[in-house]
Write a protein that binds this ligand. Structure first.
Ligand code: SF4
Length: 343
């Protein structure tokens, strides 16, 4: 039987069909939106700015029905603000921020709510003791971006076409679904000039936050990082990119994870890849955020020398590479840094 969602639950999960119906029936129409609803508009702006700056929309304690309605109604307005700017990076960042908020909330819910939500999100689960199982097709569809071996289907408890999952993993899958649905649903068309004028100040504030965040991540901080001391394999990949060579997927992964672990920021990593002939900022940023753990929640470690050798990425190893104990490009880099500092 379909669950009856309370107003508080709709406020926490505003993407539900019942939430949309509630907003349609009781939410502000565009004219009333122009006239007032200041708290709700400010919350909408706050949602987007928190997503940009913190990587997460912070959940609120919803004291009474007015707060619950403000929270619920602020969601479509936040989507509208994001749509007015229509920047792919902002869309993904906002979707991630909302999905993080939802995941935090789901950790507090009982299984009944989780399963009802899973049903609505088209990832139906069946309770099995303290675990939940899902059909392997739903599993595959919602874990496509989770690249660590722990998420591979072959490493799951698979029984008769269903994957048995701890609750925390089911929540992780629901989070992916929320995020991907949001990305797919944005931007929405916003063409009403009065509405755009009315929200100009909020739109400008979001744009400012986005510009500031980008400027911050773009800031070069090579004081800490010394690319000249990188191992030969990594220097070779950097040189290839400079020469306009399209490097392989494995090479991109290794380089990104290495640069991140050695202290380079997202902006610096993206500026390295911007020299690739097939560079697309939105895709590159998405891949980088996955590897450094902002989207996947898993921060990847760059491959060690063994794997680099197997994938053909170990290049021109020098005398330091030849030491018995040299097993990782990051070890190479830290030894060279130590030597450089005279330590
Ligand atoms: S031995 Fe290791 S550090 Fe040296 S080039 Fe090969 S992969 Fe890189």
């Amino acid at each position: 039987m379909k669950r009856h969602w309370s107003l508080g639950e709709l406020a926490h999960y505003p993407f539900l069909d019942d939430a949309k119906d509630y907003i349609r029936e009781r939410g502000p129409d565009p004219e009333r939106l122009l006239e007032g609803w200041g708290d709700m508009k400010n919350r909408a702006q706050e949602r987007v700015i928190q997503a940009v700056k913190e990587g997460k929309v912070l959940g609120r304690y919803l004291d009474d029905d007015i707060m619950k309605e403000d929270e619920l109604f602020s969601y479509p307005v936040a989507r509208m603000l994001v749509s007015c700017i229509a920047d792919n990076y902002l869309i993904r960042r906002y979707a991630l921020g909302e999905a993080e908020r939802v995941a935090d909330r789901l950790k507090l819910e009982d299984k009944e709510v989780l399963l009802a939500l899973g049903e609505e999100l088209r990832v139906p689960g069946i309770p099995r003791g303290d675990r939940i199982d899902v059909h392997f097709i739903d599993y595959l569809e919602n874990t496509a971006n989770l690249k660590t071996s722990g998420w591979k289907l072959v490493n799951q408890d698979l029984r008769k076409g269903r994957v048995l999952l701890p609750v925390s993993r089911y929540i992780r899958i629901l989070k992916e679904r929320v995020m991907n649905d949001m990305i797919d649903g944005l931007p929405i068309a916003v063409t009403d000039p009065d509405l755009l004028d009315n929200f100009r100040a909020h739109i400008n504030k979001v744009q400012e936050a986005l510009d500031e965040f980008r400027a911050e991540t773009d800031r070069l901080d090579l004081g800490r990082v010394e690319p000249g001391l990188f191992p030969p394999c990594i220097r070779h990949l950097l040189a290839q990119i400079k020469e306009g060579v399209n490097i392989s997927h494995d090479a991109r992964f290794s380089l990104t994870a290495f640069m991140h672990k050695s202290g380079l920021g997202k902006g610096e990593i993206i500026s390295v890849f911007s020299e690739s002939p097939d560079f697309r900022e939105d895709l590159a940023l998405y891949q980088i955020e996955h590897i450094i753990g902002e989207i996947s929640g898993t921060e990847y470690t760059p491959p060690g020398c063994d794997l680099m050798l197997t994938t053909g990425l170990c290049h021109n190893p020098d005398e330091l590479c030849g030491r018995d104990w040299m097993t990782h490009p990051l070890t190479y880099y830290s030894v060279r840094k130590r030597e450089g500092s005279g330590a």
